[in-house]
Design a protein around this ligand. Structure first.
Ligand code: GLY
Ligand code: MN
Ligand code: MN
Length: 442
C-alpha cells in the first residue's frame, strides 16, 4: 500500500477528467468456490485498488467530480464476524488510511445511486453479482466510455512507486523460475514444480499473479494442467509470475530442457525465439507502435524457420500473408500492472488501440493485445514463442493453406516438439527501455 497522498492524487486527477455526474468504483466481494463460506482467495478489483488502495471485500467508492471528494461505502464487522474473522479496521479507519473524506454504510450506496440525478460513471461490471446490483439499482449495466478512457490514461503510465512494486513482483517471479530450473528432473510431476513455485510466490508476500503454466505441452498456450510426469529431454515451459504485496503483477516465461541440454532441434528453435525477444527489447522505444514490434518478431521467426526449412519463400511476404501464425499464433505482448493483462476488464481495444492504430483481423496478430504507440512509463511484456500445434498443422495442411510458405512435409519431425516461449517485463523510458528485475537465467 502506498501513502494516502498517492490515492488522493489519483482520485483528484480522475475527478478532473470527468466534468459532471458521479463516479462509482466498486470493490469486489468474496466469491464462493463450492459454498458460501468456502470462498476463492480474495482478489480485489484492480480499479478499486488503484484509487482506494484497500484489499478488503465488500467496499465501494464514489468520487464527486464537482468537489473532488470521495465516499467509502462498507459495513463494520459485527461481533459474530469478529469471532470468526478477528478484529478488522472500521470503514472510517480504512478511509483515513487512504485519505477518503466520507464513509457510509454498504446499504446506503443503492439509495445514493437511485437518488443521483446526473450521469453515473461506472466501469464494465465483469462479475455477475455486480451486473445484478447495477441492473437492479440504476437499471443499466452499460459502462461509461469517458470513465474507461480516463482510467486507462491514468493507469497506463506507471509512476516510480509503481515501478518499484513491479520490480519486487519480477524479482519474486525470478526466484520462482530459478527454483524450477534447479528442481525439475526426470520422473517428477509438473505439479511438484508448480506447487513449489506457487509457494515462493506466496512467501514473497503476494501470490501467483495468474494461474501458472507449468507444462511439457507448451504448444497449448494457456495450459493449466499439471498432471504429466517429466521425462528426460522434455521441454518444460513455465509461464508464472508473482504479484507484489501491493498487488502489482510479474509475468515471466522460461522454457528449458529436463535432465539434459537441449538437442539440436530444440536449440535451433530456442535461438530463434531468443533472437526475437532480444532484438525487440533492444529496439523498444517510445513513439513506435507496438504493432511494429509484433511484426519485427514475426519476421525474425519466419526468417529463422525459413533457414531451418520449415518455412519457405520470402519471409516478409509470409508474415504479410499471416503464414507465420502457424508457429506464432499469439500477440507479442500486453500492458502489465495491477493486472497481468493490465486493465483488460476495461476493454482490450481501449487499452491497446487508438484512433491511429487498428487491431488486425488476421489470425494470430488479431490476438495482439497492445498495438498502439508506446509512451514513457508504459510497462509491457515481450513474449515471442514458437509452437508446433498438431491440430493447427493438420487443419491448415488439409485446407491447403499457405503451401507457398509452409513446408508441411518437414513438420512431421516436429509433431511432438511442444513449444518455446520467453517472456520478460519491460519499462518504456525516455531513452529506450529497461527490463524490470534482476536478470533471469535464460
Ligand atoms: N501469462 C499470460 C500471458 O503471458 O499473457
Ligand atoms: Mn504475458
Ligand atoms: Mn505469461
Amino acid at each position: 500500500m502506498f501513502p494516502a497522498a498517492t490515492y488522493q492524487n489519483r482520485r483528484q486527477q480522475l475527478a478532473q477528467q470527468l466534468s459532471s455526474g458521479l463516479i462509482l468504483i466498486m470493490g469486489n466481494d468474496d466469491a464462493p468456490m463450492n459454498y458460501g463460506a468456502n470462498p476463492y482467495p480474495f482478489c480485489q478489483d484492480s480499479n478499486f485498488r488503484y484509487y482506494a488502495g484497500i484489499k478488503q471485500a465488500g467496499l465501494s467508492l464514489t468520487i464527486d467530480p464537482a468537489t473532488g471528494e470521495s465516499t467509502l461505502y462498507g459495513d463494520d464487522l459485527t461481533l459474530a464476524d469478529v469471532v470468526w474473522m478477528g478484529e478488522h479496521p472500521s470503514t472510517r479507519e480504512l478511509a483515513d488510511r487512504v485519505g477518503i473524506e466520507h464513509t457510509a454504510s454498504r446499504a446506503s450506496l443503492a439509495e445514493v445511486l437511485k437518488k443521483n440525478s446526473g450521469p453515473l460513471h461506472f466501469l464494465p461490471p465483469y462479475r455477475a453479482a455486480r451486473q445484478q446490483f447495477l441492473a437492479a439499482t440504476v437499471g443499466s449495466t452499460t459502462a461509461s466510455v469517458d470513465l474507461i478512457q480516463a482510467v486507462v490514461t491514468q493507469r497506463s503510465v506507471k509512476t516510480a512507486e509503481e515501478i518499484a512494486e513491479m520490480e519486487i513482483a519480477v524479482n519474486t517471479s525470478r526466484r520462482m523460475h530459478h527454483a524450477a530450473m534447479e528442481m525439475a528432473r526426470p520422473g517428477m510431476l509438473e505439479a511438484e514444480v508448480a506447487g513449489a513455485i506457487e509457494g515462493i510466490a506466496i512467501s514473497g508476500g503476494g501470490r501467483l499473479a495468474y494461474p501458472a503454466i507449468v507444462t511439457r505441452n507448451g504448444h497449448i498456450l494457456h495450459n493449466h494442467d499439471h498432471s504429466n510426469p517429466l521425462q528426460a529431454g522434455d521441454l518444460l515451459l513455465i509461464d508464472a509470475g508473482a504479484s507484489s504485496p501491493s498487488g502489482y503483477a510479474g509475468d515471466i516465461t522460461r522454457t528449458f530442457c529436463i535432465g539434459r541440454a537441449m538437442n539440436q532441434q530444440q536449440e535451433e528453435i530456442y535461438r530463434i525465439v531468443k533472437k526475437a525477444e532480444e532484438d525487440v527489447i533492444r529496439d523498444l522505444k517510445a513513439g513506435v507502435p507496438y504493432q511494429d514490434y509484433h511484426r519485427q518478431a514475426s519476421l525474425i521467426i519466419a526468417e529463422g524457420l525459413t533457414e531451418l526449412g520449415l518455412m519457405q519463400g520470402d519471409p516478409a511476404e509470409a508474415v504479410a500473408a499471416g503464414a507465420h501464425a502457424m508457429f506464432f499464433p499469439h500477440g507479442l505482448g500486453h500492458m502489465i500492472g495491477l493486472d497481468v493483462h493490465d486493465m483488460e476488464d476495461l476493454g482490450e481495444d481501449y487499452v491497446g488501440y487508438d484512433a491511429q492504430t487498428q487491431r488486425s483481423d488476421q489470425f494470430g496478430t488479431a490476438y495482439l493485445r497492445l498495438g498502439r504507440a508506446l509512451e514513457p512509463g508504459f510497462v509491457l511484456t515481450v513474449e515471442p514463442g514458437i509452437y508446433f500445434i498438431p491440430a493447427l498443422i493438420d487443419q491448415w495442411r488439409n485446407e491447403g493453406k499457405f503451401t507457398d510458405f509452409i513446408n508441411y512435409a518437414a513438420l512431421a519431425a516436429y509433431r511432438d516438439f511442444g513449444g518455446i516461449r520467453i517472456e520478460d517485463n519491460v519499462l518504456i523510458t525516455d531513452s529506450g527501455s529497461r527490463v524490470l528485475g534482476e536478470p533471469i537465467k535464460k
